[in-house]
Design a binder for this molecule. Structure first.
Ligand code: MEV
Length: 330
């Protein structure tokens, strides 16, 4: 039996535009998905998943492609969760050349599903690590990132970038531009505050929506490029430890994402509450549509303001997690 965990993430800059080859800067946060894997009967795949949503659920799934798990949460979310886990197990079977290996998988996560904090990437990364180790193979973080990307790419109908999976596998702050993925050294302490509206967005649909907008309107293609410009300026601000400039650029990035139609009333309300409370800057994080915003504020004022913001279900601090995927004691 092997247990591995991997962190979730926030985007300091660049979600959506990264899908079209612009750079992005995601940062791993101290919220993790933990996956325990044990080999079982050949061909079998049983998954027990607790806390993938705020309510938590348990799925007994026998690997039948037509079988639907019998659980009491939004079916698309469960099916997406199952598709990620099945994909991860498929990668492990391939790596170890054990196509018929059976597994019992337990997933626990304190990263809400579909909320923009990289829950699916964290689950896939941790599952690939645990399942390959269980089969006696040890992959590097980069190899895990690469295989996790293939899973996200398949589940999201070819519309995923490498950003979420690379960040979760290696930890810390990273820079992703197309296939070029690297860790960013000497990142200052970033006082992230997260506001969560309790909802979720469908990443596949949101990415498809931006793609269609970009193909229909020149302004949308220009907006995607403008996000790339903001990210490049953001990298300079990060290197100079210039929080005022970083915050300003986060605000620009949010405005551009709004123009692409991926914000929502509750995300905007939380972004404005953070700015009014004196945060350096605030933006939605991840695919949008609902879920989380990220603000930069070293004081408690943004958290306090978010707690009283209609539509905000919870607000919390999220420190940068410098560690990516790791083996846990069972
Ligand atoms: C989702 O967390 C981030 C997106 O940029 C999609 C991706 O990069 O795969 C919206």
């Amino acid at each position: 039996m092997v247990t591995s965990s991997a962190p979730g993430k926030v985007y300091l800059f660049g979600e959506h535009a990264v899908v079209y080859g612009e750079p992005a800067v995601p940062c791993a946060i101290e919220r993790r998905a933990t996956v325990t894997v044990e080999t079982s009967e050949p061909g079998e795949l049983r998954v027990h998943a607790a806390d993938l949503t705020l309510d938590g659920f348990t799925v007994e799934y026998n690997g039948d492609p037509d079988g639907h798990p019998d659980v009491d949460v939004a079916t698309p979310l469960v099916e997406a969760g199952m598709a990620y886990i099945q994909g991860a197990i498929g990668q492990a079977r391939e790596v170890a050349d054990a196509p018929n290996a059976g597994f019992e998988v337990h997933v626990e996560s304190d990263i809400p599903l579909g909320a923009g904090l990289g829950s699916s990437a964290a689950v896939v990364v941790a599952a690939i690590d645990a399942a390959t180790r269980e089969l006696g193979v040890e992959l590097t973080a980069r190899e895990i990132a690469d295989r996790a990307y293939r899973v996200e790419h398949d589940v999201q109908d070819g519309q995923a970038s490498r950003a979420d999976t690379f960040c979760s596998a290696v930890g810390g702050a990273v820079r992703v531009e197309g296939d070029d993925c690297r860790a960013i050294a000497d990142v200052p302490e970033l006082p992230f505050v997260i506001g969560y509206d309790g909802g979720e967005g469908d990443t596949g649909k949101l990415v498809a929506g931006v793609r269609q907008l970009r193909e229909t309107y020149d302004f949308a293609a220009d907006t995607v490029e403008a996000i790339g410009d903001v990210v490049r300026s953001g990298e300079d601000a990060l290197e100079a430890d210039d929080f005022e400039e970083l915050g300003k650029l986060m605000n620009f990035n949010h405005g551009l994402l709004e123009a692409l139609g991926v914000s929502s009333r509750s995300l905007d309300a939380m972004v404005w509450a953070a700015r009014d409370a004196g945060a350096d800057g605030a933006k939605l994080t991840g695919a949008g549509g609902g879920g989380c915003i990220v603000a930069l504020d070293a004081t408690e004022r943004t958290i306090d303001a978010l707690k009283y913001t209609p539509g905000c279900e919870s607000a919390f601090r999220a420190d940068l997690d410098t560690e990516g995927v790791r083996r846990e004691e069972a």
